[in-house]
Ligand binder design. Structure first.
Ligand SMILES: Nc1ncnc2c1ncn2[C@@H]1O[C@H](COP(=O)(O)OP(=O)(O)O)[C@@H](O)[C@H]1O
Ligand SMILES: [Mg+2]
Length: 249
């Protein structure tokens, strides 16, 4: 399935916050390449720049300097309107806190991005139904968020993120508010989506979650300090050791 076609190139990307008395280097020269259909986890301590990186990748924020090429287009040179279009059409976001609209049904929540894209009612309903089926929520179309479990809410958010068929799915701590069992179910869903061809970039600080990805990028002080296939990252070594110990006990 993996085609090895590069879809993201970051070259010496910096994001600085000038607070007058000091300048914070939230991203301090990040250079990265990501290919179509990769499944990547970004790890790092709080304040290391993970969310800033996700915001830049998702075109919610601009780099102070450096270049970001997405699908062959230099986003650093785009107008705000063009950037907003890229964000709506090519990026799907999933957040720790789900960010669903409480007064709307699951189906209406999933349709939201299509309303912004001006698509007609019938095609919206059809696509939302398909997206909810894809994440295993066929029977929950009319439920409101407060009638859904945490895992179901996150599935609705994932369906919403996928409805415009984005080039990349960005997930910032997608299991941060979920218990272990539900987290594993969401990771099974991510694996399924990845197998279907979806490119996924996920931020997490949990090693056992990061190990579901194929590649682990570690950040510290706004820099990439390690970028390895999961099997070579200390997170998976540590997990292997824990599992061996459990098996021996
Ligand atoms: N709007 C902002 N203004 C000033 N500093 C910020 C802002 N957003 C983030 N930062 C700083 O940038 C650094 C990276 O933040 P962030 O990307 O949120 O880290 P992480 O997601 O890894 O916890 C931190 O030192 C944070 O305090
Ligand atoms: Mg963060």
């Amino acid at each position: 399935m993996a085609s090895n076609h590069v879809i993201i190139t970051l070259q010496d990307v910096r994001r600085e916050y000038n607070l007058g008395v000091e300048c914070i280097h939230a991203l301090d020269g990040v250079t990265l390449e990501l290919s179509d259909n990769e499944y990547v986890a970004i790890m790092g301590h709080s304040g290391s720049g993970k969310s800033t990186l996700m915001n830049v990748l998702g075109c919610l924020d601009r780099a102070t300097s450096g270049s970001y090429i997405l699908d062959g287009e230099d986003t650093t040179k785009m107008s705000d309107a063009a950037l907003a279009r890229v964000r709506n059409e090519r990026i799907g976001f999933v957040f720790q806190s789900f960010e669903l609209l409480g007064q709307l049904s699951a189906c209406r929540n999933v349709e939201m991005p299509l309303i912004y894209a001006n698509s007609g009612w019938l095609s919206r309903r059809k696509l939302a139904t398909e997206a909810l089926e894809r994440v295993g929520l066929k029977g929950r179309m009319r439920h409101k968020p407060n009638q859904l479990s945490g895992g179901e809410k996150q599935r609705v958010a994932i369906a919403r993120a996928l409805i415009c068929k984005p080039s990349i799915l960005l997930a910032d701590e997608p299991t941060g508010n979920l218990d272990t069992k539900t987290s594993r179910e969401i990771m099974d869903l991510f694996r399924q989506l990845h197998n279907e061809g979806q490119t996924i970039i996920m931020v997490t600080h949990e090693a056992d979650i990061a190990c579901h990805a194929d590649r682990i990028i570690r950040m510290q002080d706004g820099k990439v300090i390690s970028d390895l296939p999961t099997a070579e990252d200390p997170a998976s070594q540590h997990l292997k050791a824990t599992h061996t110990k459990e098996a021996q006990a």
